[in-house]
Design a protein around this ligand. Structure first.
Ligand SMILES: C[S@@+](CC[C@H](N)C(=O)[O-])C[C@H]1O[C@@H](n2cnc3c(N)ncnc32)[C@H](O)[C@@H]1O
Length: 211
């Protein structure tokens, strides 16, 4: 009676450490526990539809998401990024993204290959506003981690959330870290448009349909 839950708990802890070891070397801003939450949502989250990520950078969060979805043999991750960096990281210096002699996009591709998830990611190398033109696929998990200004966060939510399936989830990163996305997120909650169901580090997950 006690053995099964105990083995499940050990499995969860083991997964956490294995994934942390695999993906922490990838350049990025996501904590291992936030990455693990994304992995769980990708593997076990509700509904049928793709996972849409806005803001992939070097592929750390993309790898967590794709690994979860691939392990469950579910839909691929669609990664949207222009790979020009975000204003808050760029600081006007494009060379910051030329690490080890390769650009951000090349580094992203290489990291996905090394993580063994390249075949589970469809990349759209474009800005969020350009990428959504002509989009017509249901989304079960929308992860917003691109430009962290309030205006861009609102734009990303309003552009992509209409494609969420009824039980779909939206994850925002860097809440409490960057004032723009934080104030937009608080407005969204205050409007009653969404309900928070998970808070891990600076990751917040909401649903449009209270469960
Ligand atoms: C914080 S990083 C993403 C980190 C990544 N999610 C992770 O955890 O590993 C933000 C990324 O958003 C991208 N970005 C910024 N504005 C964007 C936009 N309008 N459309 C798409 N991507 C954008 C930048 O190029 C950058 O790679």
């Amino acid at each position: 009676m006690w053995l099964k839950p105990m083995l499940q708990s050990i499995g969860i802890v083991a997964d956490y450490w294995i994934l942390s070891d695999m993906f922490s070397p990838i350049e990025g801003f996501l904590d291992p526990i936030e990455g693990y939450a994304l992995f769980m949502l990708a593997e076990q989250g509700p509904g049928v539809g793709c996972i849409l990520e806005i803001g992939s950078f070097a592929g750390r969060s993309t790898s967590y998401l794709a690994y979860g979805s691939k392990r469950a043999r579910r839909e691929k991750v669609v990664a949207v990024d222009h790979f020009l960096g975000s204003p808050e990281h760029r600081g006007g210096d494009e060379s910051a993204f030329r690490m080890n002699g390769c650009g951000l996009y090349e580094m992203f591709r290489k990291n996905l290959r090394l993580a063994g998830v390249e075949d589970w990611v469809h990349t759209i190398k474009a800005g969020s506003e350009e990428a959504c033109v002509g989009w017509s696929h249901p989304i079960r998990l929308l992860f917003i981690d691109g430009d962290h200004s309030a205006e861009a966060s609102r734009r990303d939510f309003e552009l992509w959330s209409p494609w969420l399936i009824p039980e779909g989830l939206v994850a925002f990163h860097d809440i409490g870290m960057f004032p723009g996305v934080t104030s937009y997120y608080e407005t969204l909650l205050a409007q009653g448009a969404v309900l928070e169901i998970l808070s891990v580090g600076t990751l917040r997950v909401v649903t449009k349909t209270p469960v």
